[in-house]
Write a protein that binds this ligand. Structure first.
Ligand SMILES: [Mg+2]
Length: 311
């Protein structure tokens, strides 16, 4: 693959700025301005495909539906937003194998979507169903609104900011990639209590996703290996990667990474989130343009080896 990110860059260059857009291609969601009052609305879409993002033959369809929604809610959270409504599109395989007919499969997928939507008070507004001889594809579009006066962008990180991450990282493919909780509540609490400068959700791994913040904000970063919160799933994962490498590169954690001023960092470190979700300071924003990792006293470039979505 030529690279998902390079392609997005090329598509972005084909689009001009527009008065209806406060923020277009290149963040976790777009921020569109509606009506006379220019009310900001967040919009994001994610498409999940069998054999790329999940394995239908070996997965409960309710979890697949759940994940299709959860990744969208995670993007809304990453904008410092709350989710309002979704629309869902299915391309259903003709004959759904172990999961019955295409219709039965759709009902199970939808059950997973509706349950998660209810948990987050999100309206399921409609959608489109088609069937074909190809594999299952689900696409969900989510609409939301910023919790604060405007969305938190990737471009707001400043030199001297401290970098934080929610939760624990690595080994998500052991199961958490299907069952994770999108960090909407955490994002709301953070935005309501702190001046969050930049935020992104960790879909591809810190080593990839941090680079988006650095590029959009035109800054560098230093991470401290011993501060990275490593999930127990990463310690259990086999293969060539160390637990730290799993935490840095695996992806599909769907935690949020964000930056705040040193003053807010002190407050945040001494006030646990009401949700109980761990928040860990992992590094700082520096001048420059590259991410570095300090590991056992050695400073090295943190290169991108997160995955660009291939199972
Ligand atoms: Mg994202």
């Amino acid at each position: 693959m030529a690279g998902e990110f390079e392609l997005i860059d090329r598509l972005r260059q084909q689009v001009q700025s527009h008065p209806n857009l406060r923020l277009g291609i290149g963040d976790d969601a777009a921020e569109v301005l509606f009506g006379k009052n220019k009310t900001p609305v967040l919009v994001t879409v994610d498409m999940l495909m069998d054999q790329v993002h999940f394995d239908l033959a070996n997965t409960d369809p309710r979890l697949i539906g759940r994940k299709a929604l959860a990744v969208n809610l995670s993007d809304i959270a990453a904008m410092g937003g709350e989710a309002i409504a979704i629309v869902v599109s299915y391309a259903l395989p003709k004959g759904a194998g172990d999961h019955g007919t295409g219709d039965q499969l759709a009902e199970q997928l939808h059950q997973g979507i509706v349950e998660l939507a209810e948990q987050h008070q999100v309206a399921v507004a409609g959608g489109d169903t088609n069937s074909w001889k190809g594999p299952l594809v689900i696409s969900i579009t989510a609409l939301g609104q910023p919790v604060g006066p405007k969305a938190i962008e990737r471009s707001g990180a400043r030199v001297g900011d401290l970098i934080f991450v929610t939760g624990e990282l690595g080994g998500s493919l052991a199961g958490r990639h299907l069952t994770f909780t999108p960090r909407l509540k955490e994002a709301r609490e953070l935005v309501n209590n702190y001046d969050v400068h930049a935020m992104i959700d960790l879909s591809d791994g810190i080593s990839s996703d941090l680079q988006h913040i650095l590029r959009e904000s035109e800054v560098g970063a230093v991470l401290h290996a011993e501060q990275i919160p490593i999930h127990s799933d990463a310690r259990r994962s086999s293969g060539d990667r160390s637990p730290l490498e799993h935490a840095l590169h695996d992806g599909e954690d769907f935690e949020v990474l964000f930056t705040v001023s040193p003053e807010d960092a002190v407050r945040l470190t001494s006030h646990p989130l009401l949700t109980g979700t761990r928040v860990t300071q992992i590094g700082e924003i520096t001048a420059g343009s590259e991410p570095f990792l300090i590991d056992q006293g050695e400073r090295r470039l943190l290169t991108r080896s997160g995955w660009e979505h291939s199972l």
